[in-house]
Design a protein around this ligand. Structure first.
Ligand code: RIB
Length: 299
Protein backbone atom coordinates (compact mmCIF):
# COMPACT_ATOMS: atom_id res chain seq x y z
CA UNK A 1 0.00 0.00 0.00
CA UNK A 2 1.49 3.38 -0.95
CA UNK A 3 1.96 5.78 1.97
CA UNK A 4 -0.67 8.50 2.26
CA UNK A 5 0.70 12.03 2.06
CA UNK A 6 -1.43 15.13 2.65
CA UNK A 7 0.03 18.38 1.27
CA UNK A 8 -1.45 21.73 2.30
CA UNK A 9 -0.08 24.64 0.31
CA UNK A 10 0.19 26.88 -2.72
CA UNK A 11 -0.35 26.31 -6.40
CA UNK A 12 1.25 28.71 -8.90
CA UNK A 13 2.01 28.98 -12.56
CA UNK A 14 5.71 29.70 -13.03
CA UNK A 15 6.53 32.20 -15.79
CA UNK A 16 10.22 31.61 -16.38
CA UNK A 17 12.98 33.40 -18.28
CA UNK A 18 16.44 31.84 -18.49
CA UNK A 19 18.67 34.97 -18.59
CA UNK A 20 22.29 35.47 -19.59
CA UNK A 21 22.68 36.63 -16.00
CA UNK A 22 20.38 37.95 -13.26
CA UNK A 23 19.64 41.72 -13.54
CA UNK A 24 20.49 44.29 -10.86
CA UNK A 25 17.69 46.66 -9.71
CA UNK A 26 16.80 49.01 -12.58
CA UNK A 27 18.75 46.99 -15.15
CA UNK A 28 17.45 45.14 -18.22
CA UNK A 29 19.14 41.91 -19.27
CA UNK A 30 18.32 39.67 -22.23
CA UNK A 31 17.09 36.13 -21.88
CA UNK A 32 16.27 33.26 -24.20
CA UNK A 33 12.91 31.63 -24.73
CA UNK A 34 10.08 32.28 -22.24
CA UNK A 35 8.63 29.12 -20.66
CA UNK A 36 5.62 28.29 -18.48
CA UNK A 37 5.72 25.53 -15.84
CA UNK A 38 3.57 24.21 -13.02
CA UNK A 39 4.80 25.66 -9.72
CA UNK A 40 3.95 26.70 -6.19
CA UNK A 41 5.76 25.16 -3.24
CA UNK A 42 2.71 23.14 -2.18
CA UNK A 43 1.90 21.79 -5.64
CA UNK A 44 5.59 21.08 -6.32
CA UNK A 45 5.88 19.07 -3.10
CA UNK A 46 2.66 17.21 -3.97
CA UNK A 47 4.06 16.25 -7.40
CA UNK A 48 7.41 15.25 -5.88
CA UNK A 49 5.64 13.01 -3.34
CA UNK A 50 3.38 11.49 -6.03
CA UNK A 51 6.37 10.68 -8.28
CA UNK A 52 8.14 9.24 -5.21
CA UNK A 53 5.30 6.72 -4.97
CA UNK A 54 3.03 8.41 -2.40
CA UNK A 55 -0.76 8.43 -2.49
CA UNK A 56 -1.14 12.22 -2.36
CA UNK A 57 -4.04 14.51 -1.40
CA UNK A 58 -3.61 18.24 -2.07
CA UNK A 59 -5.42 20.92 -0.04
CA UNK A 60 -5.18 24.30 -1.82
CA UNK A 61 -7.05 27.08 -3.63
CA UNK A 62 -6.94 28.35 -7.22
CA UNK A 63 -8.75 30.83 -9.40
CA UNK A 64 -11.38 29.92 -11.99
CA UNK A 65 -9.01 31.15 -14.74
CA UNK A 66 -6.96 29.32 -17.36
CA UNK A 67 -3.88 29.11 -15.12
CA UNK A 68 -5.97 27.48 -12.39
CA UNK A 69 -7.58 25.00 -14.77
CA UNK A 70 -4.18 24.07 -16.24
CA UNK A 71 -2.79 23.59 -12.72
CA UNK A 72 -5.67 21.29 -11.87
CA UNK A 73 -5.18 19.26 -15.07
CA UNK A 74 -1.44 18.91 -14.42
CA UNK A 75 -1.96 17.68 -10.85
CA UNK A 76 -4.78 15.33 -11.87
CA UNK A 77 -2.44 13.80 -14.48
CA UNK A 78 -0.04 12.99 -11.60
CA UNK A 79 -2.80 10.97 -9.90
CA UNK A 80 -3.13 13.45 -7.02
CA UNK A 81 -6.45 13.54 -5.12
CA UNK A 82 -7.89 17.03 -5.73
CA UNK A 83 -11.12 16.77 -3.70
CA UNK A 84 -9.85 19.67 -1.54
CA UNK A 85 -8.32 21.80 -4.33
CA UNK A 86 -10.96 24.50 -4.31
CA UNK A 87 -11.87 27.34 -6.65
CA UNK A 88 -11.75 30.80 -5.02
CA UNK A 89 -14.34 32.89 -6.88
CA UNK A 90 -13.26 36.24 -8.32
CA UNK A 91 -9.51 35.94 -7.65
CA UNK A 92 -6.75 35.07 -10.09
CA UNK A 93 -4.64 31.94 -9.60
CA UNK A 94 -1.19 32.22 -8.02
CA UNK A 95 1.64 33.21 -10.35
CA UNK A 96 5.43 33.28 -9.89
CA UNK A 97 7.80 35.34 -12.03
CA UNK A 98 11.11 33.51 -12.15
CA UNK A 99 14.49 34.53 -13.56
CA UNK A 100 17.12 31.81 -13.88
CA UNK A 101 20.81 32.73 -14.28
CA UNK A 102 22.11 31.06 -17.44
CA UNK A 103 25.52 30.36 -15.84
CA UNK A 104 25.04 29.62 -12.14
CA UNK A 105 21.40 28.44 -12.59
CA UNK A 106 20.45 30.29 -9.41
CA UNK A 107 17.06 31.98 -9.52
CA UNK A 108 15.11 35.05 -8.40
CA UNK A 109 11.41 34.49 -7.65
CA UNK A 110 8.51 36.86 -6.94
CA UNK A 111 5.12 35.32 -6.15
CA UNK A 112 1.65 36.85 -6.54
CA UNK A 113 -0.16 34.69 -3.97
CA UNK A 114 -3.63 35.67 -5.23
CA UNK A 115 -5.97 32.66 -4.79
CA UNK A 116 -3.48 30.99 -2.42
CA UNK A 117 -4.57 33.61 0.13
CA UNK A 118 -8.18 32.41 -0.16
CA UNK A 119 -7.31 29.11 1.52
CA UNK A 120 -8.62 29.54 5.06
CA UNK A 121 -9.17 27.80 8.39
CA UNK A 122 -12.63 26.53 7.36
CA UNK A 123 -11.42 24.98 4.11
CA UNK A 124 -8.55 23.21 5.88
CA UNK A 125 -10.81 22.02 8.71
CA UNK A 126 -13.15 20.54 6.08
CA UNK A 127 -10.27 18.30 5.01
CA UNK A 128 -10.20 16.63 8.45
CA UNK A 129 -11.04 13.16 7.00
CA UNK A 130 -7.98 13.42 4.74
CA UNK A 131 -5.82 14.45 7.74
CA UNK A 132 -7.15 11.43 9.64
CA UNK A 133 -6.10 9.09 6.78
CA UNK A 134 -2.65 10.64 6.25
CA UNK A 135 0.63 9.00 7.28
CA UNK A 136 2.46 12.30 6.91
CA UNK A 137 1.24 15.90 6.48
CA UNK A 138 3.36 18.51 4.64
CA UNK A 139 2.98 22.32 4.56
CA UNK A 140 4.97 25.44 3.59
CA UNK A 141 4.41 29.20 4.06
CA UNK A 142 2.93 30.55 0.80
CA UNK A 143 -0.41 30.30 2.63
CA UNK A 144 -2.01 32.24 5.49
CA UNK A 145 -1.12 31.97 9.18
CA UNK A 146 -4.61 30.73 10.06
CA UNK A 147 -4.07 27.79 7.68
CA UNK A 148 -0.75 26.91 9.33
CA UNK A 149 -2.45 27.11 12.73
CA UNK A 150 -5.26 24.84 11.49
CA UNK A 151 -2.68 22.31 10.23
CA UNK A 152 -0.79 22.46 13.55
CA UNK A 153 -4.06 21.97 15.47
CA UNK A 154 -5.31 19.04 13.37
CA UNK A 155 -1.93 17.28 13.37
CA UNK A 156 -1.67 17.68 17.15
CA UNK A 157 -5.22 16.45 17.73
CA UNK A 158 -4.93 13.48 15.35
CA UNK A 159 -1.33 12.59 16.27
CA UNK A 160 -0.01 13.11 12.74
CA UNK A 161 3.61 13.62 11.73
CA UNK A 162 3.83 17.09 10.24
CA UNK A 163 6.71 18.18 7.98
CA UNK A 164 6.95 21.97 7.83
CA UNK A 165 9.07 23.71 5.21
CA UNK A 166 8.84 27.32 6.49
CA UNK A 167 9.47 29.01 3.14
CA UNK A 168 9.36 31.87 2.50
CA UNK A 169 10.23 32.72 6.11
CA UNK A 170 7.96 34.66 8.43
CA UNK A 171 7.59 34.55 12.22
CA UNK A 172 6.06 31.37 13.62
CA UNK A 173 4.71 30.97 17.14
CA UNK A 174 6.37 28.55 19.54
CA UNK A 175 3.19 26.39 19.78
CA UNK A 176 3.26 25.98 15.99
CA UNK A 177 6.95 24.99 16.02
CA UNK A 178 6.27 22.59 18.89
CA UNK A 179 3.64 20.82 16.73
CA UNK A 180 6.18 20.15 13.96
CA UNK A 181 7.56 16.64 13.60
CA UNK A 182 10.25 17.45 10.99
CA UNK A 183 11.27 20.97 10.01
CA UNK A 184 13.11 21.39 6.70
CA UNK A 185 14.96 24.70 6.24
CA UNK A 186 17.64 25.91 3.87
CA UNK A 187 20.73 27.71 5.18
CA UNK A 188 19.09 31.17 4.97
CA UNK A 189 15.89 30.03 6.69
CA UNK A 190 17.91 28.29 9.41
CA UNK A 191 19.69 31.57 10.15
CA UNK A 192 16.53 33.73 9.89
CA UNK A 193 14.67 31.67 12.49
CA UNK A 194 17.45 30.78 14.90
CA UNK A 195 19.37 34.04 14.64
CA UNK A 196 22.69 32.15 14.45
CA UNK A 197 24.91 31.37 11.47
CA UNK A 198 26.34 28.16 12.91
CA UNK A 199 24.28 25.20 11.64
CA UNK A 200 24.77 23.01 14.72
CA UNK A 201 23.54 25.84 16.93
CA UNK A 202 20.62 26.48 14.57
CA UNK A 203 19.64 22.80 14.72
CA UNK A 204 19.73 22.91 18.52
CA UNK A 205 17.54 26.03 18.44
CA UNK A 206 14.82 24.24 16.42
CA UNK A 207 15.00 21.17 18.69
CA UNK A 208 14.70 23.52 21.67
CA UNK A 209 11.51 25.00 20.18
CA UNK A 210 9.98 21.50 20.21
CA UNK A 211 10.54 20.30 16.61
CA UNK A 212 11.26 16.55 16.83
CA UNK A 213 13.59 16.42 13.82
CA UNK A 214 15.52 19.06 11.87
CA UNK A 215 16.94 18.99 8.35
CA UNK A 216 19.03 21.86 6.97
CA UNK A 217 19.46 21.72 3.19
CA UNK A 218 22.71 23.22 1.89
CA UNK A 219 22.24 22.97 -1.89
CA UNK A 220 25.23 21.37 -3.58
CA UNK A 221 26.80 20.88 -0.12
CA UNK A 222 24.13 18.32 0.82
CA UNK A 223 22.14 18.32 4.07
CA UNK A 224 22.58 18.04 7.80
CA UNK A 225 19.95 16.32 9.93
CA UNK A 226 19.24 15.71 13.60
CA UNK A 227 16.60 14.01 15.73
CA UNK A 228 16.07 11.24 18.25
CA UNK A 229 17.80 8.77 15.88
CA UNK A 230 20.98 10.84 15.90
CA UNK A 231 22.53 13.45 13.67
CA UNK A 232 24.69 13.46 10.56
CA UNK A 233 25.57 14.98 7.22
CA UNK A 234 24.78 13.72 3.73
CA UNK A 235 26.80 14.84 0.71
CA UNK A 236 24.96 15.74 -2.50
CA UNK A 237 25.94 14.03 -5.76
CA UNK A 238 27.88 16.37 -8.10
CA UNK A 239 25.66 17.39 -11.00
CA UNK A 240 25.60 19.97 -13.80
CA UNK A 241 22.71 22.28 -12.82
CA UNK A 242 20.09 23.38 -15.36
CA UNK A 243 17.38 24.86 -13.09
CA UNK A 244 17.41 24.82 -9.28
CA UNK A 245 13.74 25.95 -9.06
CA UNK A 246 11.79 23.48 -6.94
CA UNK A 247 14.85 21.50 -5.78
CA UNK A 248 13.94 22.18 -2.14
CA UNK A 249 10.34 21.17 -2.84
CA UNK A 250 11.57 17.95 -4.43
CA UNK A 251 13.56 17.23 -1.27
CA UNK A 252 10.56 17.86 0.99
CA UNK A 253 8.16 15.69 -1.04
CA UNK A 254 10.61 12.80 -1.16
CA UNK A 255 11.51 13.17 2.53
CA UNK A 256 7.81 12.96 3.38
CA UNK A 257 7.35 9.73 1.45
CA UNK A 258 10.53 8.26 2.94
CA UNK A 259 9.41 9.01 6.50
CA UNK A 260 5.90 7.73 5.78
CA UNK A 261 7.41 4.54 4.29
CA UNK A 262 9.23 3.90 7.58
CA UNK A 263 12.77 4.88 6.55
CA UNK A 264 15.06 6.37 9.20
CA UNK A 265 15.63 10.12 8.98
CA UNK A 266 19.12 9.47 7.56
CA UNK A 267 17.78 7.06 4.92
CA UNK A 268 14.89 9.34 3.95
CA UNK A 269 17.19 12.38 3.74
CA UNK A 270 19.73 10.47 1.64
CA UNK A 271 17.03 9.38 -0.83
CA UNK A 272 15.57 12.91 -0.94
CA UNK A 273 19.05 14.37 -1.58
CA UNK A 274 19.50 12.08 -4.59
CA UNK A 275 16.05 13.08 -5.90
CA UNK A 276 16.77 16.83 -5.50
CA UNK A 277 20.11 16.42 -7.29
CA UNK A 278 18.28 14.92 -10.27
CA UNK A 279 15.73 17.74 -10.19
CA UNK A 280 18.36 20.46 -10.63
CA UNK A 281 19.47 18.84 -13.90
CA UNK A 282 16.02 19.51 -15.41
CA UNK A 283 14.00 22.57 -16.33
CA UNK A 284 10.78 23.48 -14.51
CA UNK A 285 9.70 22.94 -10.91
CA UNK A 286 7.02 20.29 -11.31
CA UNK A 287 8.14 19.19 -14.79
CA UNK A 288 11.63 18.39 -13.48
CA UNK A 289 10.61 16.20 -10.53
CA UNK A 290 12.17 12.71 -10.82
CA UNK A 291 10.20 9.46 -10.78
CA UNK A 292 10.72 6.73 -8.18
CA UNK A 293 12.54 4.34 -10.51
CA UNK A 294 15.08 7.04 -11.39
CA UNK A 295 15.97 7.61 -7.73
CA UNK A 296 15.64 4.16 -6.13
CA UNK A 297 15.95 1.92 -9.18
CA UNK A 298 13.05 -0.17 -7.80
CA UNK A 299 10.14 1.20 -9.83
O1 RIB B 1 10.00 26.61 -4.57
C1 RIB B 1 9.85 27.00 -5.91
C2 RIB B 1 8.50 27.60 -6.10
O2 RIB B 1 8.42 28.83 -5.40
C3 RIB B 1 8.19 27.97 -7.53
O3 RIB B 1 7.59 26.92 -8.24
C4 RIB B 1 7.30 29.20 -7.39
O4 RIB B 1 6.00 29.01 -7.84
C5 RIB B 1 7.36 29.59 -5.92
O5 RIB B 1 6.24 29.18 -5.26
Amino acid sequence: MPSRILVVGSSNTDLVIYCDRLPRPGETVLGGEFQTFGGGKGANQAVAAARAGGNVTFVAARGADDFGKAARDRLAAEGIDLDYFQIAPGVPSGVALILVDGKTRDNLIAVAKSANDALDFTMVSAARPAFARADVVIAQLEIRDEVIEAVAGLCGELGKRWILNPAPTRPLSQPVLAAVHTIVVNEHEAKDYSGVADFDQAVRWFLGQGCKQVVVTLGSEGVIYAGAEGKGRIAAPRVQPVDTTGAGDCFVGWLGVGIADGLSLAEAAEQATRAASLKVTRAGAQAGMPYRAEVTGDG
